[in-house]
Design a binder for this molecule. Structure first.
Ligand code: C2E
Ligand code: MG
Ligand code: MG
Ligand code: MG
Length: 288
């Protein structure tokens, strides 16, 4: 009987795996169509500086407006895009769209984009970045690239020279989801990153778990030793905001300050900060 059930479990997994493979194959076809049909959108989440409580800029977060399934979050398609290599083209679209958009914003505002480890494996990344900066006219200092710790650990030979080249262009590098990836800190010495983004899990657990608070504090110490800025992700309450301010964080991001929003809403926010008194609609310069 044990043997029987073992066999049917095996058959069950075979079916599951086949279905999963089919689902991924289908998604890959749809992703290719999505690029052709312009179904991707960027949402922009505000990042606020704590030294003056003003906008520092926005993080661009991709969304897929699927013709039947509506708005799809990145976690549902990024991993398939990475496995199939589609991330290279999608990432290039993100970079171009984000830089063209931010180039129309006031000069003090930065734009942050997320780069996948797979994009780092592609030799064309540097050339793409250079040409997008040129096309959009965005000053490199206004572009921030968010990478995860995994890039620094798994792809050291390719990624270090590439990161240094990006830095030489003037682009800023932030380490995203800090504290969740690996326990080794030695990679931090290998290149001059500009910002650490503390993962939101530590912010969420800060009030109840002293261990989380210890990490929240340690990150400030590490960053200051490297002359880097600190950003805390996932701020949802006034209490968390007050606490992170007291701990000396440079910037914050989270639903309390603003959810990721469509471009026009981000621009209304920018406009209301730049011109608080009058409500003349913002100029609408746009490629296209
Ligand atoms: P991330 O880069 O860490 O982005 C922050 C995520 O946390 C976003 O989810 C954002 O909506 C969410 N978030 C922000 N504030 C709060 C908060 O106060 N509470 C909670 N619960 N969540 C908050 P989103 O947009 O679903 O993106 C998820 C992840 O997908 C991103 O994590 C990033 O790793 C990836 N991603 C998004 N856009 C891109 C892209 O253009 N390219 C690549 N390669 N990855 C992307
Ligand atoms: Mg990010
Ligand atoms: Mg993050
Ligand atoms: Mg995160």
């Amino acid at each position: 009987a044990a043997k029987e059930s073992g066999r049917s479990t095996y058959r069950f997994y075979q079916t599951e795996m086949r279905l999963e493979a089919e689902r991924r194959h289908q998604l890959t076809i749809e992703l290719r169509e999505a690029l052709q049909n312009d179904e991707f959108e960027l949402y922009y989440q505000p990042i606020v500086r704590l030294d003056n409580d003003k906008l520092s800029g926005f993080e661009a977060l991709i969304r897929w407006r699927h013709p039947e399934r509506g708005l799809i979050a990145p976690l549902e398609f990024i991993s398939v895009a990475e496995e199939t290599g589609m991330i290279v083209q999608i990432g290039e679209w993100v970079l171009r769209e984000a830089c063209c958009t931010a180039s129309q914003w006031p000069n003090h505002l930065k734009i942050a984009i997320n780069l996948s480890v797979y994009q780092f494996r592609h030799a064309s990344l540097l050339a793409t970045v250079v040409s997008v900066l040129h096309e959009s006219g965005l000053r490199p200092e206004r572009l921030e690239i968010e990478i995860t710790e995994s890039i620094l650990l798994s792809e050291v030979e390719q990624s270090l020279p590439l990161l240094r080249a990006l830095k030489e262009l003037g682009i800023r590098i932030a380490i995203d989801d800090f504290g969740t990836g690996y326990s080794s800190l030695s990679y931090l010495r290998s290149f001059a990153f500009d910002k650490i983004k503390l993962d939101r899990s530590f912010v969420a657990g800060m009030e109840t778990d002293p261990g989380n608070l210890a990490i929240v504090r340690a990150v400030v110490g590490i960053a200051s030793g490297f002359n880097a800025l600190t950003l805390a992700e996932g701020i949802e309450t006034e209490e968390q905001l007050g606490k992170l301010r007291a701990e000396g964080y440079s910037e914050v991001q989270g639903f309390l300050l603003g959810k990721p929003m469509p471009r026009k809403d981000a621009e209304a926010l920018i406009f209301s900060e730049v011109h608080p008194a009058n409500m003349i609609p913002m100029r609408k310069p746009r490629r296209q």
